[in-house]
Design a protein around this ligand. Structure first.
Ligand code: ADP
Length: 404
């Protein structure tokens, strides 16, 4: 692969560390031009390292420089940095922005990571056991690899800290709320990006009553009033609300009691079922968590999984609309929301009672506006870009403490 010799200057690296993967992107300052995106997968096993330069269309697979597989996030990041040094020699990373799933009740804005912040985030691991440990491993690895440059945490929960008590509580003894058992809401970086895009693209409508459906492998929906989150379908954990690739979504807590008391399942076993074996995968009889596979399948279980998914999205549109006492704009985003014309069409079907009228042709073509001119609700398809939000936050905070 050619080095990008014409690229020079200071840049922000964004990192989204999962259990065995690191997604990353580099934004050149001061305009925050995204110059590359990539992903290291399979950390700890047979790993792959893929990169796409934004100036080119094709994706490149990088051979590990020292013909060795990284055993952990630190080794993977160290290899990434070495590769960056040789592939983009004149690009200087001046700060790293990290996606952190959970910021608890305290973190309502991006934060420069100090030892004290790290300790507080470690204490939050119990709230997001499947995500937070990996996010923090990514931060530690970046601290070791980059030395002193600022590391900034950007929280998925922060965008929702505007909710009222009633929108965030559960009807259980209040002492649990005081201990942090409440609705947090997630996908906040995506919602922030969409809220800002709406303001630029549709300034008049963006100030109204908006529902954003972030339908990816993880999925949630959020109600925005004047660009501010007032309610979201995800609650205390990332299991709540819509069914997802492998997560159950809304469920009667009595089912969990049944699993414990009558099936004798342990907390870990139930956790595995709800996080890894449920959702589209569970309902399709184990066929797949991927909507593309289900759409292409003739199996009745695949069809039922999609039917349930569509039903739940429709139900949440109704619920969030009721909370806002109306609806002006509905936005689809995330891998499914942006790419599946079939899911959008099925969700929007028979919704004239709420003022929705789909433009079938625009929807099929994947145009931005998928509702007809007669539709009272403006229905849109907008691709999200969480990395860009992280990069911007990281740059803003870095400017406050460094001379850049
Ligand atoms: P994540 O939540 O991991 O960021 P994405 O937002 O990338 O996930 O969404 C991934 C999901 O998007 C895939 O699991 C797949 O089901 C779905 N998807 C991607 N492209 C299409 C498509 N063309 N049609 C239907 N579903 C799609």
């Amino acid at each position: 692969m050619n080095n990008q010799e014409n690229l020079r200057g200071q840049a922000i690296l964004t990192i989204n560390a999962g259990s065995s993967s690191i997604k990353f992107s580099v934004f050149l300052l001061p305009q925050s031009n995204q110059i590359l995106v990539g992903q290291i997968d399979g950390i700890g096993g047979e790993s792959t390292f893929k990169v796409r330069w934004c100036s080119e269309n094709s994706e490149h697979t990088i051979n590990w420089p020292h013909a060795k597989q990284p055993h952990n996030h630190r080794e993977a990041l160290s290899e990434l940095i070495q590769w960056l040094h040789s592939a983009a020699q004149d690009v200087e990373i001046i700060a790293v922005g990290h996606r952190v799933v959970h910021g608890g009740q305290k973190y309502s804005a991006p934060t420069i990571i100090t030892d004290e912040v790290m300790k507080e985030l470690e204490a939050l691991m119990a709230l997001a056991p499947l995500h937070e440990p990996h996010n923090l491993a990514g931060i530690r690895a970046a601290q070791e690899s980059f030395g002193d440059i600022p590391q900034i945490a950007c929280f998925d929960t922060a965008f929702h800290r505007t909710h009222s008590f009633v929108d965030d509580c559960y009807a259980i003894p209040r002492s649990f709320y005081d201990k942090g058992v409440c609705r947090y809401g997630f996908h906040g970086l995506s919602y922030q990006y969409i809220a800002e895009r709406l303001m630029t693209m549709f300034p008049k409508e963006s100030g109204g009553k908006v529902i954003v459906a972030h339908l990816g492998n993880g999925a949630s929906m959020t109600a925005l009033k004047g660009g501010i989150s007032i309610a979201s379908t995800m609650g205390f954990s990332s299991l709540d609300g819509l069914p997802m690739g492998t997560r159950c979504g809304d469920i009667d807590p009595g089912v969990l009691l049944y699993m414990m008391q009558h099936e004798g399942l342990s907390a870990n076993e139930i956790s595995d079922i709800l996080y890894k074996e449920s959702g589209l995968k569970g309902l399709s009889g184990g066929l797949s968590n991927d909507m593309r596979t289900l759409e292409a399948s003739a199996l009745p279980e695949a069809k039922e999984a999609i039917d349930y998914y569509v039903r739940e999205v429709k139900r949440e549109i109704g619920a969030l609309t009721a909370l806002m006492a109306g609806l002006d704009v509905l936005v689809f985003t995330g891998g499914i929301g942006s790419n599946s014309a079939m899911i959008r069409a099925r969700v929007l079907k028979d919704m004239s009672w709420i003022g929705i009228d789909i433009d079938e042709e625009h929807n099929l073509k994947g145009e931005t506006i998928v509702s007809s001119p007669a539709s009272k609700v403006l229905c849109l398809k907008i691709n999200t870009d969480e990395e860009r939000v992280i990069a911007r936050h990281a740059f803003e905070l870095t400017k406050q403490i460094c001379d850049v």
